[in-house]
Design a protein around this ligand. Structure first.
Ligand code: ADP
Length: 212
């Protein structure tokens, strides 16, 4: 976020004189209160200024970087997640490829009959197996997937920042969003409730840049 010259001046005035009313800021700038209103709204919404009724504006003490970091850490993955595309372990490599095309995703999550996460299949897992010359109509994805407990995942209330950090650290394109459950049969595991891919992160980044 880039501030205009006038917004920077307002910030300086409030830093020095806060708490200060909008009227007094306007006086110092030889402007009307109405002219300043949009600037004060922007500075307040951005978290740089805080406003108290009947007291006035005061500086929040936060830098723009700090406000941005708080935003990225403050948004949970549940706000930006997509629908997970799941297959069973018995699904053939061929059907997994078809599913990826139809659903337009690069990662499939493999789940048990009871809905517990078992593994992850990526594009390269499927490409690699085709090099072996095996019958991909018969070969199940269970043979090529990355299996639990090696699956990297996030919880619904983990932050967008944590999801992005895990993807970069573990060099993977997508993470299952999970909720810990116990099945009717008493098995403990993770139910897949969403999918976070690099696309979700890029979309979030673009929206952040648009100030939404
Ligand atoms: P691609 O195959 O398109 O490069 P990835 O980089 O996501 O996609 O996958 C690389 C490897 O990491 C694959 O073997 C895949 O099974 C595995 N993988 C993908 N996502 C995860 C995840 N969330 N947790 C653990 N392993 C994963």
């Amino acid at each position: 976020m880039e501030l205009t010259k006038r917004q920077e001046t307002i910030l300086e005035i409030v830093k020095k004189n806060g708490p200060i009313t909008g009227e007094h800021i306007a006086d110092q700038l030889n402007l009307t209160r109405a002219t300043l209103r949009p600037d004060l709204a922007i500075l307040t919404m951005a978290g740089l200024l805080e406003a108290r009724p009947r007291v006035g504006y005061f500086y929040s003490g936060k830098t723009i970087d700090r406000v941005l970091a708080e935003k990225i850490h403050g948004v949970p993955v549940s706000d930006i997640k997509s629908v997970p595309i799941v297959v069973s372990e018995q699904c053939s490599v061929y059907d997994a490829v078809v599913t990826m095309f139809i659903e337009d995703v690069g990662t499939l999550f493999v789940v048990t009959e009871g809905g517990l996460l078992e593994g992850v299949v990526s594009r390269k897992d499927l490409l690699k197996i085709t090099l072996g010359g095996q019958d991909i109509h018969k070969l199940p994805v269970g043979v090529v997937m990355t299996r639990m407990p090696n699956v990297i995942m996030v919880d619904l209330d983990d932050s967008v920042w944590l999801a992005a950090h895990k993807m970069i650290t573990h060099e993977v394109d997508a993470l299952p969003v999970v909720r810990k459950i116990t099945t009717k049969k008493g098995l403990e595991g993770c139910e897949v409730v969403g999918r976070i891919s690099k696309t979700n992160i890029v979309r979030f980044f673009v929206e952040l840049g648009e100030g939404s």
